[in-house]
Structures are given as C-alpha cells and as structure tokens.
Unconditional design. Sequence first.
Length: 186
Amino acid sequence: MKALPSLVSVALAGATLLALAPEAQANIKNPNDHPDYFAELEPHGNFVFWRRDYGLRNYRRYRDFGDPEFGVGFRATIELADPAFIPRLNNTVGISFGLDLTNCRYCYDDFTLWSPVTMQWNFFFTDQWSAFADLGVAIRSDGFYRDAWFDVIGMVGGRYHFNDDISLTMRIGYPFVSFGVSFFVG
C-alpha cells in the first residue's frame, strides 16, 4: 500500500507537465475542444496488486499486498456533463461502470469478480493527450458472488488519442492497474 502514493504522485506530475506545455494550455482552456462522444467503451487487461478486507473477515486467505491477480475487463463510461465542474476548462464528467475478472489462487472458485461504479472526471490537454480521475466503489467477490465485499476505488489515468474515435488508455490506483483501448461512440 506504500507504493500507491508514489504511483499517484508520478501520474499527477506527468499530467502537470502536459498541462504546462504551450499547446496544452491552449487546448485545456477551450471547452468542448475534444472528441464529441456519448459513451466510451474500454476493453482492458487488469493487474491487481493491492486489496483490503477492511477487517470484515474472520480469517485471511491472502495478503493485502502481493499475491497479484491478472485478468481482463470491460468498462463503459457515459458522459453526464460537458463542460463539467470547471466551465472554462476542457473537461467532462461521466459515470463509469463495468465488469472485471481476475485469477485468484486463494479464492473458492479460482477467480475474483469485480463490479466497479465510479465517477470519471476527464481533462483534455491536447488533441492527442487527456487525463482522468476515477472515484467510486466496486463489489468484489470470490467467484460468482459467493463472498462479496465493497471496495473503494481511487484511480488516475491517461489516454493517447490516435484519432477522435480510438485511444490507448492506462489507469493506475487502488485496486487496479489496467491497460486497454477506448472507443468513443455517439
């Protein structure tokens, strides 16, 4: 868990450097100067290095850090506001939900099922680069909801846009590190 603040700091530093570039300052100050979309669809690969039981278990099958899980998932984000909380900046807000499946050698059914729901705040710096933050919750279960727990989700990420419809997406935080491709539709 000690690595999480370092990883978040690196992501925020990268976003700050992008924001300081002259082209980024021109684009971030123009609301609606980003791809016009209704939803973002993102298949991705997951890496889970951190997890918590929040003191809810009577026994521990695995550690909070270590015992990594790997898998695949799908996330859909529906745009709710454009521009969002800061009307003079190039930003949007959406609700993101999905399903993730990861292997788990200590689980009853050898896999973990994650059902995340987050608020995603997006910032578009240039035509090629955007960043976002996700904050929300997930239902995590051993197998198909045999044992289920709520997890808090906090992640930051970035996108490299190939064009207005497709981008390479990376997100890092608690509990996931994920890499995928986003398709902007609508």
